[in-house]
Design a binder for this molecule. Structure first.
Ligand SMILES: NC(=O)N[C@@H](CC(=O)O)C(=O)O
Ligand SMILES: [Zn+2]
Ligand SMILES: [Zn+2]
Length: 349
């Protein structure tokens, strides 16, 4: 049995840089037409110069036969220069700006401390139609890790939407029932990405039996009831939910450590995970919209012309693969005991 869909886009990915970028990029560029590249490098992409240099670096590593277009984002800081932002957007160097509240996730230290300090930036983004993408969590001492997303909605999202009702926002990697319900209740200017791992797992998968560092990410995996709410989101009629893998590799010595880093490297099997979840929910007819149409429409981009094909085959991605980066560093894509039902038919060159 075959399943053919329009070539998907990944609207949330961490491609990293240098040797890691070179190694992991083909896993994305062979399956996806475009990807929205997150700007949280060790030296974040805080201006258009950094964004063009980074884009060039990415493009230099795209395998010749892959037709792939990286879409860049700008990392918002409280010192962001308005003219640079407008020029960079109008010259299509980046298509969105990413807001991290400081100290919420990997390389967010240089993010926003007080979002009211960037109201003048949000004002201009609203005016020029530039999308704001947000890591939707606040992490403060009083807030439980499971409530970071809800706290963000209350303390940041609602005030921003109230002050800038015409600003288009993407609520990235939503993980809770509260966020699903919030997005559905809002208007056409609020979209959200959903990762394959938040659809497939909950915190029991990460914590019960043996601890699984490869399932550790931000936002942290939540309860079953939150996972089911995400299933409801992709099963329903709201066309503002779309694909964002949040594939975020960390080298093994940082991942499998007494102080392990958050981030799941899922791009080698992300589409197969999504297809399996949609199949298990009996909603394969909605897979193409989620993977290839809703996001492009939200970002006002043309729909990809090419297609990809899946074939029905059961497999268990339970073997840990080791990808060598250099003599001291290795990466492993996500692996687990659950079965996947669909495999991608790779193009033969
Ligand atoms: N998702 C993660 O757990 N980590 C991401 C950052 C992010 O998307 O928050 C990373 O860059 O490592
Ligand atoms: Zn994030
Ligand atoms: Zn991310």
């Amino acid at each position: 049995m075959l399943l053919k869909i329009i070539k998907p886009d990944d609207f949330h990915i961490h491609l990293r840089e240098k040797e890691i970028l070179k190694k992991i990029l083909p896993y994305t560029s062979q399956f996806f037409g475009r990807a929205l590249v997150m700007p949280n490098l060790n030296q974040p992409i805080i201006n258009s110069h950094f964004a063009s240099v980074y884009k060039k670096e990415i493009c230099s590593f795209i395998p010749k036969l892959h037709k792939f277009n990286p879409l860049m984002t700008l990392y918002l800081t409280e010192n962001c220069d308005k003219k640079m932002l407008v020029d960079g957007f109008l010259n299509k160097i980046f298509i969105a700006a990413k807001m991290y509240i400081s100290n919420t996730t990997t390389n967010s230290e240089k993010g926003i401390k007080n979002f009211e300090n960037i109201f003048h930036i949000l004002e201009i983004m609203q005016k020029i139609g530039m999308i704001l993408s947000v890591h939707g969590e606040i992490s403060d001492e009083k807030t439980d890790i499971f409530d970071r997303e809800a706290k963000f909605i209350e303390k940041v999202m609602i005030p921003i939407r109230k002050n800038f009702p015409k600003l288009k926002i993407v609520f990235e990697h939503i993980s809770t029932k509260i966020a699903v319900e919030y997005v559905i209740s809002e208007d056409s200017l609020l979209g959200a990405t959903i990762t394959p791992h938040h659809l497939m797992f909950n915190y029991n998968d990460m914590l019960s039996n043996k601890i699984k560092p490869h399932l550790y990410c931000f936002p942290i995996l939540k309860k079953k009831i939150d996972q089911f709410a995400l299933h409801k989101a992709i099963s329903g009629n709201c066309n503002r939910f779309f694909l964002g893998t949040d594939s975020a590799p960390h080298v093994l010595k940082n991942k499998e450590s007494s102080m392990g880093f958050a981030g799941i490297f899922n791009s080698p099997i992300a589409l197969e995970m999504y297809a399996t979840v949609f199949d298990n929910l009996n909603i394969l007819n909605k897979l193409e919209n989620f993977c290839s149409i809703n996001g492009a429409n939200f970002y006002n981009l043309p729909i990809n012309k090419e297609h990809i094909t899946f074939f029905k085959e059961t497999f268990y991605p339970n073997k840990k693969q080791i990808i060598k980066i250099n003599k001291n560093n290795y990466l492993s894509p996500i692996f687990f005991e659950k079965k996947l039902n669909w495999k991608i038919k790779l193009k033969e060159y």
